[in-house]
Design a protein around this ligand. Structure first.
Ligand code: S3P
Length: 428
């Protein structure tokens, strides 16, 4: 796909629903009692795979446009699937679902695409085994495909070795089925959508600093859920609005959960002109509108506790840093190596190809800002966030970029290129 340099942007846009919240809405509504309605659901490949997994366990899920109706099966009401559950490319689906499957009264198997089969599953296997689950990789220890056998679960007190919302959520979901209070201690605060949605549906999860405590429950109650726009999807336009000449972009109804807003904090620290308007709470999740205007950026140091709050935005942050005055250093981001692709290697090598001064390090990257990015041919590594970050780079480059394998954007942002097309048509 050819991405030509863009001239001027003055746009009001919306982006699709939050991926993390959409997954959790399907999962929790499927094991709740009663009918849940989900609005502004993200119809991206990852979330559609979550729906398919629950349909294979006989949960009736009706979809129309971006609305969903689910008749909950109850905590133990899922039915043994006839075939292996397939999560496609979705790490959130496989890791969170293992927590739910560990509590069911049947044996089953779950797997995903090549990327999923090479991502570490030990991080959930180990705590789930401590809870009494019988869970193993069927081909390779610690990797999908995974087999989960019927077992009785007990609560644990768990010190998390990595800052990961997927691991924390798998334990919290298994904890629903365990006897006793589950305690989890994080090393850094990760996104807390599971805790918020469980409480919204009747659970009793308490947070004390970096510790989370979850009591056993009898049932979850079906609710109406409004999914806010995905801040991770909005971040491509936040960066575009900051670095493109004469840009002004307003993005409505975005999730502003403080465990996700690291991108806004860092862009502001770099000198970005970003305003938050119309803040409110939607089913337990802070939400608001974001307004961004083009401004000059300066390099910053990014590391430590902020990393989990912007982990998925680092590829596009690297694009912003390319246009900042001075040097930007990103540290403590080794988790990026085990995402849909090795995102440190991918973004560093592709931005370098089009003229950026960027160097890969053990746990991040060092970027020396420049005035222009030349352009050229780049690869997406079949990773949605790499494809979209490179698209933003192309729009502000001198000659444009050609992106190989851009279709993977459907994983989290199916209409990404349509929004850009509209921007370009409106302005040129
Ligand atoms: C997610 C958690 C993060 C994030 C992923 C979605 C979630 O992963 O990178 O895109 O929905 O819980 P980790 O938990 O592995 O950090």
């Amino acid at each position: 796909m050819l991405i030509k340099p863009i001239k001027q942007i003055r746009q009001n846009i919306t982006v699709p629903g939050d991926k993390s919240i959409s997954h959790r809405a399907i999962m929790l509504s499927s094991i709740a009692e009663g009918e849940s309605k989900i609005h502004n659901f993200l119809m991206g490949d990852d979330c559609l795979n979550t729906i398919e997994c629950f349909r294979k366990m006989q949960v009736p899920i009706k979809t129309t446009e971006n609305k969903i109706k689910i008749k909950g099966a109850g905590l133990k009401g899922l039915k043994k699937p006839d075939e292996i559950l397939d999560v496609g490319n979705s790490g959130t689906t496989i890791r969170l679902m293992c927590g739910i499957l560990a509590g069911q009264d049947f044996d089953c198997e779950i797997t995903g695409d090549r990327s999923i089969q090479n991502r570490p599953m030990d991080r959930i296997i180990s705590p789930l085994k401590q809870m009494g689950s019988i869970i193993e990789g069927t081909e390779r220890s610690g990797y999908a495909p995974l087999k989960i056998q019927k077992s009785k679960l007990t609560a644990i007190d768990y010190n998390m070795p990595v800052a990961s919302a997927q691991v924390k959520s798998a334990i919290l979901l298994a904890g629903i089925y365990a006897d006793g209070t589950t305690s989890i201690h994080e090393i850094q605060r990760s996104r807390d959508h599971t805790e918020r949605m469980l409480n919204y549906m009747g659970a009793n999860i308490k947070q004390d600093g970096l510790s989370i405590f979850s009591d056993p429950i009898d049932k979850l109650y079906a609710r109406e859920i409004y999914v806010p726009g995905d801040i991770s999807s909005a971040s491509f336009f936040l960066v575009l609005g900051t670095i493109a000449k004469d840009a002004e972009i307003a993005i409505k109804d975005i999730g502003l959960n403080p465990t996700r807003t690291g991108i806004i904090d860092v862009l502001k620290q770099m000198g970005a002109d970003i305003k938050i308007l119309n803040e409110r709470i939607l089913n337990g999740e802070p939400t608001g509108d974001i307004h961004v205007t083009n401004s000059d950026l300066r390099g910053v140091e990014i590391g430590g506790d902020i990393i989990p709050r912007l982990i998925d935005e680092i590829p596009v942050l690297a694009v912003a840093a390319t246009f900042a005055k001075g040097t930007t250093t990103i540290r403590d981001a080794e988790e990026l190596k085990i995402k849909e692709s090795d995102r440190i290697a991918a973004i560093a090598s592709e931005l370098k190809k089009i003229g950026a001064d960027i160097e890969e390090t053990e746990d991040g990257m060092i970027i020396h800002g420049k005035d222009i990015l030349q352009g050229g041919i780049v690869e997406s590594y079949n990773d949605h966030r790499i494809a979209m970050a490179l698209t933003i780079a192309g729009l502000v480059s001198k000659e444009g970029v050609i992106i190989n394998n851009p279709d993977c954007v459907t994983v989290s942002f199916p209409n990404f290129f349509d929004i850009l097309d509209r921007m370009i048509k409106d302005e040129n």
